[in-house]
Design a protein around this ligand. Structure first.
Ligand SMILES: *Cc1c(COP(=O)(O)O)cnc(C)c1O
Length: 426
């Protein structure tokens, strides 16, 4: 299986049709719980002597196929799915960390993740130093004795900064902490962070993987490469009070974190993905490799067209020669740079709002990665709760408009932006 390419894995990995009554489509197992053969079988499942399904908060056959497929595509030893990308991030961090621990994170993050790290986790005693990720040395300089994770987005939303994952991963290795990469915007069809040193990969499945804007979901893929026995993670090497004395690193080896996420993370925080949403997300994942090529091609063409318009002050797309992330994009995103484009208009904040209101084909909403084209003005919406300085370090200038370029005909997209630029852009 592992030698297959992503287009094949996206359609087949994890689904043995002989185990699902021959159904060619992955079926929805809409059941909260599973009948045990007898009490001994039940006891064996709870003690991990046998692996099997117990309760859908922990696992479910439809979700499990999605998990195996994501693990295959990203090159991990296991994957766990969650009710949303945010649930994946919060459950992942709360399973990994405890009060007193510290994170070094890129300052260019999805707004919700930034607030989780900046406001909510500090209430629980978990603090974060945010660094300018364009210089990998900044990660090294921010490491403290209690640092336990590095957290970045491979392609930042909405700054669209491409990070030098390999350089940052070297610093995480020296610090002895897991390197966590949110790969939502790039998608596994364009970039596999594990190949560049990531230990854990996060996805909001809501975006390109689901791809149709109809279902929330999230995932963590575990590379299985992190050494939990390095002395910094006693929760993995000492008997777990939370799971009758299980020593994760001994019992589960490379899959220690995957199992801790299920046995403690999903058990205690409860952010399970609905099997119906897993089914929808599987439908999306099957066509991700073809969709993302077209998203990328449309985005590049629209970015070039915007650069030629006189109302436009600047355009940022990693695939443009003019982008300061172009050389990193050539290394990390050689087959496409995904569907997000940002640009500013000469008229600033007010003109950006006016232009956003004037689009007709682009939908004004807070999402990305839909087949339909989307537009938003982050400074007045998704990043409104941040200070102007925090907005700037997240790459959100007052005039910035973010497009999530969909699969419509490129001429129709240009026509819509053209009339909106004429009406609002100046
Ligand atoms: C949307 C998004 C999230 C959050 O995912 P939800 O499914 O909306 O909870 C996290 N990271 C990135 C980069 C995102 O774009």
């Amino acid at each position: 299986m592992s030698t297959q390419k992503i287009s094949t894995q996206a359609l087949h990995a994890g689904h043995d049709t002989t185990q699902t009554a021959g159904t060619r489509a992955v079926p929805i197992y809409q059941s909260s719980s599973y009948v045990f053969n007898n009490t001994e079988h039940a006891a064996n499942l709870f003690s991990l002597k046998e692996l099997g399904f117990i309760y859908t908060r922990l696992n479910n056959p439809t979700n499990d196929i999605l998990q195996q497929r994501l693990a295959a595509i990203e090159g991990g030893v296991g994957a766990v799915v969650f009710a949303s990308g945010t649930s994946a991030i919060s459950t992942g961090l709360l399973t990994l960390l405890k009060a007193g621990d510290h994170i070094v994170a890129s300052s260019s993050l999805y707004g919700g993740t930034f607030t989780l790290l900046n406001v909510t986790l500090p209430r629980l005693g978990i603090t974060t130093t945010f660094v300018d990720a364009s210089n990998p040395e900044n990660f090294k300089d921010a490491v403290k004795e209690n640092t336990r994770a590095f957290f970045v987005e491979s392609l930042g939303n909405p700054k669209l900064d491409v990070l030098d994952l390999e350089a940052i991963s070297e610093h995480s290795k020296t610090a002895g902490v897991p390197f966590i990469v949110d790969n939502t915007v790039a998608s596994p069809a364009l970039l596999n962070p594990i190949k560049h040193g990531a230990n854990l990969v996060i996805h909001s499945l809501t975006k390109y993987i689901g791809g149709q804007g109809n279902s929330l979901g999230g995932a963590i893929i575990d590379a299985g490469t992190f050494d939990w026995t390095n002395g910094k993670f006693p929760e993995f090497t000492e008997p777990s009070e939370g799971y009758h004395g299980l020593v994760y690193s001994e019992a589960l080896g490379a899959a220690a974190f995957t199992f801790k996420l299920i046995l403690e993370g999903l058990r205690d925080f409860g952010g399970a993905l609905s099997p119906f949403n897993a089914f929808q997300i599987i439908q999306g994942l099957e066509t991700l490799p073809v969709r993302i090529k077209q998203h990328s091609a449309n985005a590049l063409e629209l970015a070039k067209w915007l650069e030629s318009r006189e109302e436009v002050a600047w355009v940022n797309y990693p695939g443009l020669e003019s982008s300061k992330y172009n050389s990193l994009a050539k290394k990390y995103l050689p087959s496409g740079q995904s569907g997000l484009v940002t640009f500013g208009v000469k008229g600033g904040f007010d003109a950006a709002k006016k232009l956003t209101d004037a689009t007709e084909l682009f939908s004004l909403l807070a999402n990305i990665g839909d087949t339909k084209s989307l537009i938003i003005h982050p400074a007045s919406t998704t990043h409104q709760q941040l200070t102007v300085e925090q907005q700037e370090s997240a790459g959100v200038t007052q005039d910035l408009i973010r497009l999530s370029v969909g699969l419509e005909d490129i001429e129709d997209l240009k026509n819509d932006l053209e009339q909106a630029l004429i009406k609002g852009g100046q």
